[in-house]
Design a protein around this ligand. Structure first.
Ligand code: BGC
Ligand code: BGC
Length: 812
């Protein structure tokens, strides 16, 4: 059996407290080829830690294996959180306290508090958290000589699962800590495989091969895939590799016909962001379900192999392209909740609404580490670090994909995108070029994909942008190194790579065989294709490519095997049609309540002078600004249409004004001088116009450049206290407006439930949102990110940010 040599995994290392002993061994999957093993958990007396072995099977576990660096801004005298330790320097004899603080601002514990001699001191993280905090998100603060350095260490964890009586804790991203000293067993796991437990002997030893085998369900799926594949012709295989755009009218491309779908044996059908109203049918769950079921019927009744299609859409904040579904905040807002359970629930509700309509493949989540505020897709990622995208990206994926049981009715295939490094392009240009080293790429943009693979993500979308290596600009659609070396053989991804919208011709010029071969040989498994002629061209190119030895037949088998594996795994063969029971629950009061909770928890309070907030219910509140009355504005892009619009109808929900009026007894709307003069307090709601993709790229994200920004000054001139609620897809420069406002709230793009804003402004709930972006104080600072920032990443200049990563005030 082939096995890999061990190198310390580049982004995850772990601290093992196995009673001081060293254990070595080799983890193998009994598959051909062997897959990298996603995680090995060492279970310890009272707790456990997780060591990842993403690219190799060989492990060494010993107490010297270091913890991964935490993220820290290096406060003066605090050298940071590196190698699993917090270290600081005392010039003289000094009193030092280390606190662990919850996101609500409460101190979970103060593990260190005493006087230290001059010199360097350090503490292992494990010793700090031991017995003090349960999995969660914490900040570590070091207070020295009365000065408080809140290090940007975010200790994050996920919910606990129990294994064999000992408590197993999966820990993400920034921290690895163990809360015990006596080791008892090694647990090796990979989703889809049966976990293996090996007791750890009392002394250092070589544990030899630890083999894991597929679960019976997965074994059965592999057998079904093999039997089906054996029957298929090359043309049928090529058909499975096509994802064809639904196009009811053929208004801007040739129409997709039943013939394409059935005769060509198309594998998947999708619609883009602007296809919702193309056919003149009502844009409702019922009519979409009918259209998708009709296509499925054609496939199952008249195609030769009767392999169900998997229907795809961008349901990026709920099924927001279709009228009347639950619309959640965009990812940037969900990021600020830091709440894995809540984000998983967003995934579950979205998956059920999709299943109700027949959508079984969501081009979501975007897990970009958004490194530049200029990027028009900034709001699609959870934040600027790999940690936040790992934490919430995996939660979202779990929710969409049935919490680890993808065959469950109501689970759908997720798609992590856009691979690799979409959020790090030079100057934040959408689909632009990026020129970072592989070390930086792996550190900043890859960890969330590794974590997604551990969650058994079904699909991954290579990006339109190019990664420049050795002076060659590698469009990700055609990049063997990223799709195959890094993702498939490196991380062991066993789902399929789906191209972006017509990405093959975009990258290479056409659907001719040379181009198609380049993409497929790079690792692409399914092509998102616009237009009937192009679908035919792709299939012909695959057939020609194989027959003329431009594409190995084995590569086609591998691609189709991956596609069929996902269709079996997600139960498409058993439940191919839309589910009316889930359809009837779309936008239920329970789902809306979850969306409202997301809104409440996503809001970040940036400023609150003179406790102008919370508003009192009986105060005379004047609400100004057109965004207070626009569901379209609060939902942003990817809502009803690709770019979104302030004028959209069909969105279910409540505007921010309606929310405020529901809770307050004296809330009026207007911005004329007389109305403003009559207020106790003014709430002005404004922000960006909706946008998506490149249309959102901007040179200077500055609030004062926006059409409505003059209103802030107008409100200020009334002499009444002003509360600014910003609806934006990214941090924006607010230096002009800040002095005019007593309070400032970043509300992001909250989606349908404006009432969530009212809940918090009136103080029925406290603020809990914390920034997942560093907020720039000036244009020169952009791009600005929390550390570590790598030397080859673009970086602005000019001092401290306006608000650091992790910032957010509360009422308490
Ligand atoms: C976007 C993708 C999206 C696809 C389908 C592309 O332009 O980059 O994120 O999934 O369109 O709408
Ligand atoms: C579609 C989007 C797609 C874009 C690509 C639009 O017309 O609606 O989904 O991402 O085109 O250019």
């Amino acid at each position: 059996m082939h096995c890999y040599r061990f190198l310390i995994p580049f982004f995850f290392t772990a601290n093992i407290y196995a009673a001081g002993h060293t254990y070595t061994g080799r983890i193998v999957t009994n598959t051909t080829p062997p897959l990298p093993v996603a995680s090995a958990t060492v279970s310890i007396a009272n707790s456990s830690i997780t060591a990842y072995s993403d690219s190799t099977g060989i492990f060494t576990l010993n107490p010297a294996t270091s913890l991964r660096d935490g993220r820290s801004r290096h406060a003066q005298g605090v050298t940071g959180f590196t190698n699993g330790t917090v270290s600081f320097f005392c010039k003289k004899k000094e009193e030092v306290r280390i606190d662990l603080i919850t996101l609500k601002g409460r101190t979970a514990g103060s593990p260190v508090h005493r006087r230290f001699a001059p010199g360097n001191h350090s503490f292992p993280l494990s010793s700090l958290v031991n017995g003090i905090c349960s999995p969660g998100v914490y900040m570590a603060a070091v207070t020295k000589t009365g000065e408080r350095h809140t290090a940007k260490l975010l200790v994050t964890g996920t919910s606990a699962v129990s294994t064999g009586g000992s408590h197993t804790r999966a820990i993400h991203g920034t921290d690895r800590f163990a809360a015990g000293t006596a080791a008892d067993s090694l647990i090796v796991s990979r989703k889809g495989f049966l976990p293996v437990t090996r007791p750890l002997p009392d002394s250092s030893s070589d544990l030899g091969d630890v083999a894991i085998t597929r679960t019976p369900e997965e074994k059965e799926i592999e057998q079904k895939v093999d039997s089906l594949l054996a029957l298929m012709t090359l043309a049928e295989k090529a058909g499975q590799m096509v994802q064809a755009q639904i196009n009811f009218t053929g208004s801007y491309h040739d129409r997709l016909t039943d013939e394409d779908i059935a005769v060509k044996g198309i594998g998947s059908v999708f619609n883009g962001g602007s296809d919702a109203s193309l056919d003149g049918q009502p844009n409702t769950p019922d009519s979409w379900a009918a259209a998708i079921d009709r296509i499925q019927g054609v496939v199952l009744n008249s195609s030769s192999r009767k392999i169900p299609i998997i229907y795809a859409q961008d349901c990026v904040h709920g099924v927001a392209e279709i009228d009347g579904c639950t619309v959640f905040p965009h990812n940037i807002g969900l990021g600020c909740t830091w709440d894995t359970a809540l984000v998983a629930e967003v995934g579950r509700i979205t998956a059920r609404e999709c299943t109700g309509i027949g959508i079984r493949f969501n081009f979501w989540p975007c897990i970009a580490s958004v490194r530049n505020e200029r990027w028009g897709r900034a709001y699609e990622g959870f934040g600027e670090t790999p940690e936040i995208n790992t934490l919430l990206g995996t939660a979202y994926i779990r929710g969409l994909q049935g919490d680890g049981t993808p065959s469950k009715v109501g689970a759908i295939a997720a798609c992590a995108k856009h691979f690799l490094g979409d959020g790090g392009t030079n100057d934040g240009i959408n689909n632009g070029e990026m020129s970072v080293s592989e070390t930086t790429m792996r550190a900043v943009h890859l960890p969330q994909y590794a974590a997604s693979v551990r969650e058994q993500i079904a699909t991954i979308m290579p990006s339109y942008h190019s990664w420049i290596r050795d002076t060659t600009a590698w469009v990700q659609t055609l990049d063997y190194h990223s799709q195959t070396s890094i993702l498939k053989t490196g991380l062991g991804f066993d789902g399929f790579c789906i191209s972006d919208w017509d990405a093959i011709p975009r990258a290479c010029g056409s659907y001719e065989a040379e181009c198609v071969a380049q993409a497929i040989n790079a690792g692409l498994d399914m092509a998102m294709v616009v237009g009937d002629v192009n679908c035919g061209a792709f299939i012909d190119a695959v057939t020609y490519g194989v027959e003329n030895e431009m594409i190995p037949a084995a590569r086609i088998d591998d691609a189709v095997r991956r596609i069929l594996r996902i269709k079996f795994r997600f139960g498409l063969f058993d439940h191919p049609y839309s589910d009316p029971a889930f359809r009837s629950q779309i936008n239920s009061p329970e789902s809306r309540a979850v969306a409202r909770e997301c809104v409440r928890k996503s809001l970040v309070l940036l400023k609150n002078d003179d406790t102008v907030l919370p508003l009192k219910k009986e105060e005379r509140i004047v609400v100004a600004g057109p965004w207070a009355t626009s569901l379209g504005a609060q939902c942003g892009g990817w809502t009803i249409s690709w770019q979104g619009s302030v004028d959209h109808t069909g969105i279910s929900g409540q505007t921010i004004l309606q929310g405020l009026q529901e809770l307050g007894s004296n809330v009026t709307y207007g911005d004329d001088d007389a109305t403003l003069a009559n207020a106790d307090k003014i709430v002005v709601v404004l922000g960006e116009l909706p946008y998506a993709e490149q249309y959102g790229d901007t040179e200077v994200p500055d609030l004062s450049q926006l059409e409505n920004a003059y209103l802030v000054e107008q409100c200020f001139n009334s002499g009444k206290p002003v509360v600014l609620v910003m609806l934006t897809g990214r941090p924006m420069l607010i230096d002009t407006e800040l002095p005019w406002c007593k309070a400032v709230v970043a509300a992001w793009l909250p989606g349908g439930e404006g009432g969530g804003v009212a809940d918090v402004l009136f103080g029925d709930h406290d603020f809990s949102g914390k920034l997942t972006h560093t907020w720039p104080a000036s244009a020169q600072q952009i791009p600005i990110n929390t550390g570590p920032v790598y030397p080859d990443e673009q970086q602005g200049s000019g001092g401290e940010p306006l608000y650091p990563y992790g910032y957010g005030l509360t009422y308490q």
